[in-house]
Write a protein that binds this ligand. Structure first.
Ligand SMILES: Cc1cc2nc3c(=O)[nH]c(=O)nc-3n(C[C@H](O)[C@H](O)[C@H](O)COP(=O)(O)OP(=O)(O)OC[C@H]3O[C@@H](n4cnc5c(N)ncnc54)[C@H](O)[C@@H]3O)c2cc1C
Length: 392
């Protein structure tokens, strides 16, 4: 089904809460209906959106906003399409999820089913279609790690195509859908490859510590989830790759570890750090973390030690022969935490996030604060921050 709304109010359709509208809003619930849509006659440009959680509308949109909706009864196009077997046992399951499904509903379903893969991506706002555009990531897992195939409508050939993960050009929060293919494909569904055997990823962003805090050495009290069969599970399922059950228990990690336990732990961590879009407008991390040359990083270390003392350590991650420096750290060092400009604010709990603090911030407020941050970081560290949030 296709529904059309003229002069459509997008205020509730973008998590920043920008009070903007579009000339035409088109909601498509059945992918086949895309074939009957004459794109050339729609107000231009045509922009495909999901949940609007990574967008900053910079004003009223002059063209058409198209959304792949989802009907309640179509959560799974077809569950457990194929299962691959290794040494006689089923290890992986392919599940095809329509683009309009809320990504976290998919995470919740997978965790309930005891399927491993998306649990670390729990509570990321937005929809399944966009997860494949953005290559969303959190706590050591990226969408590309669990995507098998992206199913899309090709606007240039007016055909449906299946794009294997290897062809999608995935990188840090990017893909061909965001770059060379921009505007070409409308994603209609994504097939994910989930694991029936445990594959916990615990070594990022305090997940292990949070699990230990949760477990306190007591075997998991959570019931209702099948205990993984030790004969079937590969080495390392108890608390991370390469760890034995005994090691995990002595560390205090709940045992048996389930995707549901990790999901709940991740949700707990995220709720402390990130603004709830239902309460305060934002689009999540506003800037990408820059990757710089080692000698550039050395100059930043010298500056940071001069300011904070000789023992001060600058947070960073080695990326090949380069260094990734958290943008949040630089923003914090420049004194932006909590800073307001009009209705926009650098979120006090996580300076990488810009929020609509008053609820009536304008796009210009957000852009002014964004520019202030970019200019200050450029002046102090010689680094140009690039927004992760897409300006529309
Ligand atoms: C509080 C908060 C926390 C966040 N935390 C994280 C995080 O931890 N990790 C992370 O990676 N992101 C995070 N984000 C960003 C955001 O949730 C993701 O980028 C998400 O994937 C966006 O999904 P969406 O459905 O809202 O897409 P939108 O914002 O609507 O669109 C994003 C892009 O996808 C394209 N698109 C959407 N649907 C389709 C489709 N069907 N076909 C073709 N193109 C499409 C749009 O054109 C646009 O380019 C966070 C955001 C918020 C508000």
């Amino acid at each position: 089904m296709i529904t059309r709304h003229e002069a459509y109010d997008l205020s509730r359709r973008n998590t920043f809460g920008m009070k903007v509208s579009c000339r035409l809003y088109v909601e498509v619930t059945e992918p086949e209906d895309l074939l009957s849509l004459d794109f050339d006659t729609l107000p231009q440009p045509v922009f495909v959106m999901g949940g609007g959680s990574n967008l900053l509308f910079t004003g009223d949109f002059p063209g058409t906003v198209l959304h792949m909706g989802n009907t309640e009864n179509r959560f799974l196009d077809s569950a457990l399409v194929i299962s691959t077997k290794a040494e006689g046992r089923v290890e992986k399951s392919l599940v095809r999820i329509p683009a309009g499904v809320v990504f976290d509903d998919f995470c919740a379903w997978a965790a309930e089913e005891g399927l491993w893969g998306p649990e670390n991506l729990s509570l990321i706002p937005g929809e399944v279609g966009a997860s494949a555009v953005q290559n969303i990531g959190a706590y050591g897992v990226e969408a590309k790690d669990i995507i098998d195939t992206v199913h899309a409508f090709d606007r240039t050939t007016r055909t449906f195509v299946d794009i294997p993960v290897a062809d999608c050009g995935y990188g840090y929060r990017t893909s061909n859908f965001k770059s060379v293919w921009k505007g070409r494909y409308i994603i209609i569904a994504v097939t994910f490859c989930l694991s029936l055997v445990p594959t916990p990823v615990l070594d990022y962003g305090g997940v292990r510590k949070a699990l230990i805090d949760r477990g306190k050495g007591i075997p998991s009290p959570i019931s209702g989830h099948p205990r993984p069969d030790k004969r079937e599970g590969p080495a390392g399922f108890a608390g991370g790759r390469g760890r034995s059950e005994a090691e995990a228990i002595s560390e205090g990690i709940p045992f048996p570890l389930t995707p549901q336990i990790i999901r709940e732990t991740i949700i707990g961590i995220r709720e402390k750090k990130l603004p709830d879009p239902a309460k305060i407008g934002s689009a999540g991390s506003f800037f990408c973390n820059p990757v710089i040359e080692k000698d550039h990083f050395a100059r930043i270390v010298t500056l940071a030690k001069a300011e904070n003392g000789p023992d001060y350590e600058v947070p960073h991650y080695e990326v090949g022969d380069k260094v990734k420096v958290p943008a949040a750290w630089m923003i914090d060092q420049c004194g932006f935490k909590g800073m307001r400009l009009g209705g926009a604010q650098v979120y006090p709990n996580q300076p990488l996030v810009i929020v609509n603090a008053t609820g009536d911030a304008t796009p210009q407020d957000i852009i002014a604060l964004e520019q202030r941050v970019i200019d200050t970081i450029q002046e102090k560290y010689g680094i140009t921050l690039h927004p992760e949030v897409e300006h529309v």
